[in-house]
Design a protein around this ligand. Structure first.
Ligand code: UDP
Ligand code: MG
Length: 320
C-alpha cells in the first residue's frame, strides 16, 4: 500500500465505559477525519472497540455507533471480563485479520492525548514500526499508583527487562509488529515488555495525560499487582536465580559461622554442650535447602521458558 493510503485502525479496550464510549468514538472519528483530510491516511481507516465483558450498556452503545457510522466503527465483545491486556491483544489480532497498515491502541476514557495520534502517524511514515507513547508525568495518578509504577519499572530494569519508565499502552504498531505478535502464542503475554523486546525500530512520543472525565478507573490494587507480577514473571527468571544465590551465600555464611562457633567453644569454653553442633547444622542445612530449591528453580525456569514456546528468532529479511 502506498504511503498516503495508510489504513489506520484504532483499537479501544472498554470495560464498563457506558459514560464515555460514545463521546470517545466521536472525538476519535474527528481526529481520524482531520488526518485523512491532510492526506496522511486512507479514508478506509476505522475504529475497533473491544468490549471486555462489560456489565453495563457499553455493548449496546457500540452497536448503535456501528449502525450510525457503518464500517468506520467496528467492534467485538468478550464473553466475560478477561482484563485489559487480553482485550488489547484481541484488538491487535482482530484488526490484523480485518486488515490495516498500522494500529494505535488508546484507552476508552481518552486520558491519553488523542492529538498525539498524528505525530504517531508521522513517526510511522518516517520508518518506525512501533511508536510508543511515554507519559510526560503522573500528575493524574493516585499516590499509590504513581509510586508503585515507579517501583515496578525500576524492578523490571533491575531484573533485565529494560522497559522505559512511564511507558503506556498508547502505542502504534505496524503490520509487521502484528505479524510477529501472531507468532507468540503464550497465554500471559505482557504487551509493554513484548513490544520492547522484539526489537523493531521504535520511536517515542511524549504526551500529556488528562484526568478521567467520567466514570472511574477500572484498575484496583489487586489487578495492578497481578499485572505487575505477570509482567515480571513472563519476562524474567531472575527471581528464581536469586533464590539459588541466597542459598549459596547462606551455605558460605554457615562455614564462617561454624569457625566462629568452634573458636568460641574451644577458646572461651562458654557455650552449652551440643549448642555448637546444633547451630552449625541448622545454618548449614538451612542454606543447603534454599540452594537446592534454587537449583530446582533453575530447571523450573528452563521448563517455563520452553513451555511458553516463543519463537526462537524472527527473521528481519530474506533473500530467496
Ligand atoms: N479495561 C479493560 N478491561 C479491564 C480493565 C480496564 O478493557 O478489565 C480498559 C478500560 O475500559 C480503559 C483501559 O482499559 O479503556 C484503561 O483502564 P482505566 O482507564 O480504568 O485505567 P487507568 O487509566 O486508571 O490506568
Ligand atoms: Mg484511564
Amino acid at each position: 500500500m502506498s504511503e498516503n493510503k495508510t489504513v489506520l485502525a484504532i483499537i479501544i479496550p472498554c470495560y464498563n465505559e457506558e459514560l464515555v464510549v460514545k463521546s470517545t468514538v466521536e472525538t476519535l472519528l474527528k481526529v481520524v477525519e482531520g488526518i485523512v483530510t491532510k492526506g496522511k491516511i486512507s479514508d478506509k481507516s476505522y475504529i475497533y472497540l473491544i468490549d471486555d465483558g462489560s456489565k453495563d450498556k457499553t455493548w449496546d452503545i457500540i452497536e448503535d455507533l456501528h449502525k450510525t457510522y457503518g464500517s468506520k466503527v467496528k467492534g467485538t465483545k468478550f464473553i466475560r471480563n478477561y482484563g485489559n491486556q487480553k482485550a488489547l491483544i484481541a484488538g491487535l489480532l482482530g484488526v490484523k485479520e480485518i486488515g490495516c497498515d498500522c494500529v494505535i491502541s488508546i484507552d476508552a476514557d481518552l486520558q491519553q492525548d488523542e492529538n498525539a495520534i498524528e505525530t504517531f502517524i508521522d513517526e510511522y511514515h518516517n520508518g518506525a514500526e512501533i511508536v510508543s507513547g511515554i507519559r510526560n508525568d503522573r500528575k493524574t495518578d493516585s499516590f499509590f499508583k504513581k509510586y508503585s509504577a515507579l517501583c515496578f519499572y525500576r524492578l523490571m530494569n533491575l531484573l533485565g527487562v529494560k522497559i522505559p519508565p512511564n511507558h503506556s499502552d498508547f502505542r502504534l504498531v505496524s503490520s509487521k509488529g502484528l505479524e510477529i505478535l501472531e507468532k507468540y502464542s503464550e497465554e500471559g503475554l505482557f504487551l509493554r515488555g513484548f513490544f520492547h523486546e522484539i526489537g523493531l525500530k521504535t520511536a517515542y512520543v511524549h504526551f500529556d495525560v488528562k484526568p478521567r472525565a467520567l466514570g472511574c478507573s477500572k484498575f484496583n490494587f489487586f489487578s495492578l499487582t497481578s499485572l505487575a507480577l505477570n509482567g515480571i514473571t513472563a519476562f524474567s527468571i531472575v527471581p528464581l536465580r536469586i533464590i539459588a544465590a541466597i542459598g549459596f551465600l547462606t551455605v558460605l555464611g554457615s562455614f564462617l559461622f561454624a569457625l566462629e562457633v568452634i573458636s568460641e567453644k574451644y577458646f572461651l569454653h562458654n557455650t552449652p554442650k551440643g549448642w555448637a553442633t546444633l547451630v552449625i547444622l541448622l545454618a548449614f542445612f538451612g542454606g543447603l535447602q534454599i540452594f537446592c530449591l534454587g537449583i530446582i528453580g533453575e530447571y523450573l525456569g528452563q521448563i517455563f521458558n520452553e513451555v511458553k514456546a516463543r519463537p526462537r528468532y524472527i527473521k528481519e529479511k530474506e533473500l530467496i
